[in-house]
Unconditional design. Structure first.
Length: 257
């Protein structure tokens, strides 16, 4: 089963309007083979409409970093999945470790966001991953499976295969410069795929895109996504410069395809 690699840049709370305009100009004239790789960017909410407009027609995915499950209401500071879809974005990241660990989102919170995004026609990147203490305690699979099962509960297989990307992001590797070894990443990715095969069937599992995230850079991306079950990357720091991000996209081209 061939899977097109998906390289996604999570811009977190970085960049500004002028920098994003320059970035989008560079992305709209790609120096990577756009055929063999899917590329996406996830700007801060306030720049979402700007990026959607600037990248219209390029095929580059534009998404939000989170969403609120309610369609509207007294939720000061929040942005509804409905609003993300309304400005033309196509995707939402849910369950990023910073949302879980800095803002206290539970598995139930993440699930509510994921379901609201799908209901509003948005595709999702569901982030899962263990802390260093959980890994050292031998609890990696337990934690990742708990987050995965909670996120995918009740979804039909076709939705999982076509509208959900799973991002395995060990918390200890995010923004730390520590990267999981290719073998460590492959072990968890293979376990995630087997888990999905158990609940949704082999065909769905074979089509599921599973990204790795955690200090991915141009000099380590090839080895990571050269692993059999690693289908791309969710990238923070190295996605903030057009040259670095385009290098990641170029290196992602055709791998595992
Ligand atoms: C992330 O934010 O999802 C991430 C993986 O960040 P970084 O690449 O900076 O580790």
């Amino acid at each position: 089963m061939s899977r097109t690699p998906f390289i996604a840049g999570n811009w977190k709370m970085h960049l500004d309007r002028a920098g994003i305009a320059t970035f989008c100009e560079a992305l709209a004239a790609p120096d990577y083979g756009a055929e063999g790789v899917r590329v996406g960017v996830f700007p801060p909410f306030v720049y979402l409409a700007q990026v959607v407009e600037a990248l219209a027609g390029t095929g580059i995915v534009v998404g939000a970093q989170n969403c609120h499950p309610a369609d509207e209401g007294a939720f000061t500071g929040e942005v509804a999945a409905r609003m993300v879809a309304d400005v033309g974005a196509s995707h939402v990241i849910v369950g990023h470790s910073e949302r879980r660990h800095v803002f206290g989102e539970t598995d139930a919170d993440v699930k509510a966001r994921l379901d609201a995004a799908l209901a509003r026609g948005l595709d999702v990147i569901l982030c899962v991953g263990e802390t260093i203490h959980e890994r050292q305690a031998g609890r990696t699979e337990e934690v990742v499976f708990r987050q995965l099962d909670a996120g995918l509960a009740g979804l039909d297989g076709e939705t999982v295969a076509t509208r959900v990307t799973v991002a395995y992001e060990p918390v200890w590797a995010i923004g730390t410069g520590l990267t999981a070894t290719p073998a460590q990443a492959q072990d968890v990715h293979a376990a995630v795929r087997a888990r999905v095969a158990g609940t949704c069937g082999d065909d769905v599992a074979a089509r599921l895109i599973i990204q790795y995230g955690g200090s991915v850079k141009p000099d380590n991306v090839s080895e990571l996504i050269g692993q059999a079950d690693v289908d791309g990357a969710l990238v923070g720091g190295a996605s903030l410069q057009p040259t670095s991000f385009q290098a990641l996209a170029r290196l992602g081209t055709g791998v595992n395809a």
